[in-house]
Design a binder for this molecule. Structure first.
Ligand code: C2E
Ligand code: CA
Ligand code: CA
Length: 568
């Protein structure tokens, strides 16, 4: 299928630089049918034109002997400028020695004066342009093998070449598929590729109607650049319907972010990163298929930039503070303090308290979470040691291990070094890994978790039930504790169906022979039901919110006191 805009449809712009008006006119007349012509009467004027923001010349025809700035100097300046270097130069000369010198300096070809064979001159210009464009385009492979659309790098090379010629309003669209990894996990990569190829087909069928071009940017993300449409909902819904029929699955959901390109002088990559921000913003939301980038999103993006910029200060100035939330064993007569979860808080000097829900997902996206997590692990390890010294008891602490950490080749070493530093045993720093990480990267994760367990670390699967892992996968995953997602606990009092769901999770844990932690327990009624079900450990506001270390110390004291009383 041919896209609407192709490079050959576009009239290239050629700059003729010559101080003789007659020469400019002659050449202009020969070439103006095929090219858009601009002229300059000396080197200085040419350099000014070439460095304008919207300058987009495909070829320079350059006289060598000119007043103010001669042709040699123009060649030299163009050669030393990354952007101008790619424009081929044909020198216009009547002198043999000058030809050789200019070619040595980097000119692509020469045309000898006087100009007596217009067809040959035209053919030469066309050939030189073709060669130079091929060179820059060949550098990036044109087509993505899986989807049949352009590759990301070719897409941008191409877009930059055509953008100055487009005078209608345009949009940048980013399409993404929620939970695409499920296809790979459940049916294998070949099936995943088959689905991506089908989406590629669906997009390319619609491209000519949209007057657009498209690429697959990465895994399940597609970019479309097209003429502005009033709405995209119907397009997305149409693709969605066909996709659901093709995969016979209702869980794949397409979403799109749109950025309106107000003028065509900016950087195309930034249009798509804004469209992507819009698209990411509706991840996991039900009901909305498309959203436009707007002011609100812009403010969020600026806020996020600020957070990213402040991370070093936060670590160095201790604006990151680790809170600890207790976990209680509930199966005995009295609840017994058994361990804690470390949860980070950011007390920003200017912005005040920032919720982890705001910065954790952001830092997970850009990998900075590794630094934050390491800070938390270290604080937690140090805290275990302090409490031991202070109260002569060991309170193991669970720390969150982000999916990004799993890909850190140093993960195991970093954790072991911390244990050595604070003389802890491996089961005292427990590791919580969210269930969705298992679903996203199961093979690698299983490998890492197996290795950590062989060292003696205990692994808790966090947020269980929210991450869509298949039952099949569960049997393969090595874990020591299952933490039920707090949404299940929140809903368990609503009706019998929700209550049965929690029982089901309890049964799965029983089948896997691991204890269950219920988090987000706020009410006595929830606690009673969980106890009756045989749930082992509970964490939640019912007992305590996450607390600073000193306040947690009071809970340890209370617990020790009760133990003393009951043993009397
Ligand atoms: P999570 O790991 O599922 O942590 C439990 C969250 O539930 C915490 O939210 C905790 O404050 C909250 N919570 C505990 N009990 C209750 C309750 O009874 N009711 C309600 N409504 N909520 C309760 P928090 O601290 O806001 O953290 C949110 C998420 O941010 C965490 O979810 C975790 O995914 C992430 N996070 C927090 N600290 C870290 C960290 O140091 N590293 C990483 N990678 N992620 C972290
Ligand atoms: Ca957790
Ligand atoms: Ca959790």
């Amino acid at each position: 299928m041919k896209n609407y805009m192709t490079i050959s449809d576009i009239k290239r712009r050629v700059l003729i630089v010559d101080d003789e008006p007659i020469n400019r006119e002659l050449l202009g007349a020969m070439l103006s049918q095929t090219f858009e012509i601009a002229t300059a009467s000396n080197g200085q004027e040419a350099m000014m034109m070439l460095t304008q923001p919207d300058a987009d010349y495909s070829l320079i025809l350059l006289d060598l002997l000119m007043p103010v700035m001669d042709g040699f100097e123009v060649i030299e300046r163009c050669q030393s400028d990354e952007a101008l270097k790619r424009i081929p130069i044909i020198v216009l000369t009547s002198e043999k020695s000058a030809e050789v010198r200019s070619i040595r300096m980097g000119a692509a070809d020469f045309i000898t004066k006087p100009y007596d064979m217009p067809e040959i001159i035209l053919a030469r210009c066309e050939r030189i342009i073709e060669l130079s464009e091929d060179k820059s385009i060949i550098r990036s492979t044109e087509r993505d093998k899986v989807s049949g659309l352009y590759t990301r790098s070719y897409f941008f090379v191409y877009l930059r070449q055509i953008i100055h010629r487009i005078d209608h309003p345009t949009d940048a669209l980013v399409l993404n598929i929620d939970r695409f990894h499920l296809i790979n996990d459940l049916f294998g990569r070949d099936e995943g590729d088959r689905v991506l190829s089908y989406i590629g087909e669906l997009i390319s069928e619609r491209l000519s109607g949209l007057r657009g071009i498209a690429c697959r940017s990465e895994s399940d993300t597609f970019f479309i650049f097209c003429e502005r449409q009033e709405e995209y909902e119907s397009l997305i819904e149409e693709i969605q319907t066909k996709l659901s029929a093709f995969t016979k699955s209702r869980s794949l959901r397409l979403r799109a972010g749109v950025y309106s390109c107000e003028d065509h002088t900016g950087d195309p990559e930034s249009w798509f990163s804004r469209a992507k921000a819009a698209c990411d913003n509706i991840r996991g939301q039900y009901g909305s298929f498309t959203t436009r980038y707007n002011n609100e999103l812009y403010k969020r993006a600026v806020f996020h930039e600020r957070l990213i910029g402040d991370i070093d200060d936060a670590i160095n100035n201790r604006n990151f503070v680790v809170y600890y939330q207790p976990k209680y064993k509930i199966l005995g007569k009295y609840p017994v303090l058994t361990s804690a979860e470390a949860l980070i808080r950011w007390i920003h000097p200017d912005l005040g308290f920032i919720n982890p829900g705001e910065f954790i997902p952001l830092f997970e996206q850009n990998g900075l979470i590794r630094r934050v997590d390491h800070f938390v692990w270290r604080s937690a390890a140090q805290q275990i040691k302090r409490w031991r010294e202070q109260y002569n008891v060991t309170i193991p602490i669970s720390v969150n291990v982000s999916r990004v950490d799993i890909f850190d080749p140093e993960l195991e070493k970093k954790l072991c070094d911390l244990l050595d530093e604070f003389s802890l045993s491996h089961d005292e720093l427990m590791l919580e890994i969210t269930e969705s990480a298992y679903a996203d990267s199961s093979e690698r994760l299983i490998e890492v978790v197996n290795s950590l367990r062989s060292k003696g670390f205990l692994i808790e699967m966090d947020d269980f039930g929210a991450g869509y892992s298949s039952l099949n996968m569960l049997t393969e995953i090595p874990i020591d504790v299952l933490k039920i997602d707090r949404q299940f606990i929140r809903r368990m009092l609503l009706d019998d169906k929700n209550l049965r769901l929690v029982k089901l999770v309890r049964d799965i844990a029983g089948f896997l022979r691991v204890p269950v932690v219920a988090e987000g327990v706020e009410e006595k009624e929830q606690l009673k039901l969980l106890k009756r079900m045989g749930c082992d450990i509970v964490q939640g506001y019912y007992f305590s919110p996450p607390l600073p270390a000193e306040r947690f110390g009071e809970l340890i004291e209370q617990d020790l006191q009760r133990k003393e009383e009951t043993s009397c």
